[in-house]
Design a binder for this molecule. Structure first.
Ligand SMILES: [Zn+2]
Length: 320
């Protein structure tokens, strides 16, 4: 076979594409000639057998699926009751609904974390995978911006671009706090905790504590700190962040820093646990290089000899 030059292959590609287009056009024209557009009916995706194969299904489920073998059930009903083509707006709404239920777009629920437990923020982002609170909050904020932009583009509004704003980061942080607080409310001892810490919901549905400093001039977030559980990865990141802010100072300083904004259940123990794991602290507080253990004394220093039986000078070694 003779070698084909690049220009000749490109020419061949163009020819095949042109023939394919021509073929498609001929088929479309034939379909139009043979049928009336009114004969073509709308089939919603949930009733469409072709969509089952597109989404992927196991053989056992496919074998037992009546829709796959017999088609949509509405075909057995009178034509008047068949589904009608939704308008463009409704179609978009349905598409969004479809996106929301699919696995990839659990992110849609990030905006509103308390919609359904299975759509919670933690299904998408694992706090345990992050070593810094800032990184987790930035990633969360970008995901929330993406979801927001999808909604905006469906409504035809201008989408958000550029650097993250302080407000977006605050929303991301509050989403996480709401999520971790949800796990606290399910604890059997929550009611006892509610009484002892005088817990209440603030305007943004965050659980906060009443302290004894509410008449001070301190900021509101210090007077009414937000409650965090002791056993969540997000709490660990918060503690580590505060510990870094106080320049790897001790337990007391870190607890004080945490309490400017949060109240952690059994906070002191959590702080101790995090500091015990902190590599920077280990490096800074590690013991300096110690003198090696002294070797046994030489024999001549231990014998009961008479005076001057062994003599030596310090620059030439001893005489034996
Ligand atoms: Zn440290």
């Amino acid at each position: 076979m003779s070698e084909q030059s690049i220009p000749r292959l490109e020419l061949l590609g163009c020819l095949i594409s042109a023939r394919l287009l021509d073929n498609i056009q001929n088929r479309v024209q034939e379909i139009r000639r043979l049928t009336d557009p009114k004969d073509w009916r709308y089939c919603p995706t949930k009733d469409n057998p072709a969509d089952i194969a597109l989404r992927g299904e196991s053989v056992s489920k496919l074998a037992a699926d009546d829709k796959w073998w017999y088609g949509p059930t509405f075909l057995l009903n009178p034509k008047d009751s068949w589904p009608v083509q939704p308008s463009h707006g409704e179609e978009s709404k349905n598409t969004l609904q479809e996106l929301k239920t699919s696995k990839q777009t659990v992110i849609a629920a990030v905006v509103d974390t308390d919609v359904q437990p299975e759509h919670s923020i933690e299904n998408l982002l694992k706090a345990s995978k992050y070593s810094k609170l800032e990184t987790l909050l930035r990633v969360t904020a970008y995901v929330q911006r993406f979801v927001d932009n999808v909604k905006r583009s469906l409504k035809g509004e201008k989408i958000l671009k550029g650097l993250l704003t302080a407000e977006e980061l605050e929303v991301a942080e509050k989403s996480w706090i709401k999520h971790v607080q949800a796990s606290l409310t399910k604890l059997p001892k929550y009611n006892k905790m509610k009484r002892s810490l005088s817990l209440f919901m603030d305007d943004e549905q965050l659980i906060c504590c009443h302290g004894r400093i509410e008449k001070s001039n301190l900021p509101n977030e210090t007077k009414f700190p937000m409650l965090l559980p002791s056993d969540h990865d997000f709490t660990n990141l918060v503690v580590l962040h505060c510990h870094t802010e106080v320049r790897h100072n001790g337990v007391r300083e870190t607890v004080t820093q945490v309490r400017w904004k949060y109240w952690i259940v059994r906070g002191r123990q959590v702080v101790k646990k995090i500091i015990a794991r902190c590599l920077t602290c280990k490096r800074l507080e590690g013991k300096s290089y110690g003198v090696p253990p002294a070797p046994p004394l030489p024999e001549y220093r231990l014998d009961n000899d008479v005076a001057f039986s062994r003599v030596g000078v310090d620059y030439a070694g001893h005489y034996s």
